[in-house]
Design a protein around this ligand. Structure first.
Ligand code: MG
Length: 154
């Protein structure tokens, strides 16, 4: 399982699963701030017992400043592959007050499918809000959760 939260601010791009979503506010982060890719990266690393994203891609490392978070996903897949695992499926939830994400989900799914080298039927992306409650509801930030399963490549 993986979980990530980022702040939102005016004038920044909002990248979700590798796709830029049209929004006045975007994600604040050391990398591109793609919380969905970060949550999925954490879930992949965790499923193979490899720690977490901060261990391999620390936010105080200049290497990852402005990084395209697809790199983290690709590296995580390579790392579990080196341990003999393959990724089975991904389920995820994006928690964001606005904009509504439904129309972007097919494109996000396609992007993740290519990045993870995983069939789209094995990728699920859910979108929800916090019904205007709390920091997410006020548009100050957004969060993502992801869960994956892996299996030993025989
Ligand atoms: Mg993050």
């Amino acid at each position: 399982m993986g979980y990530d939260v980022h702040q939102l601010a005016l004038g920044r791009p909002l990248i979700i699963g590798g796709i830029e979503v049209t929004s006045p506010k975007g994600s604040v982060g050391h990398s591109d701030g793609d919380a969905l890719s970060h949550a999925i990266t954490d879930a992949i690393l965790g499923a193979a017992g490899l720690g977490d994203i901060g261990l391999f891609f620390p936010s105080d490392d200049a290497t990852w400043k402005g990084a395209d978070s697809k790199v983290f996903l690709i590296k995580a897949i390579k790392m579990i592959s080196d341990k003999g695992y393959i990724l089975n499926n991904v389920d995820s939830t994006v928690i964001l007050q606005s904009p509504k994400l439904q129309k972007f989900i097919p494109e996000i799914k396609k992007s993740l499918s290519q990045t993870l080298n995983l069939d789209e039927v094995n990728i699920n992306i859910k979108a929800t809000t916090t019904d205007k409650l709390g920091v997410i509801g006020e548009g100050l930030g957004w969060a993502c959760m992801a869960i994956v399963s892996v299996e030993k490549n025989t």
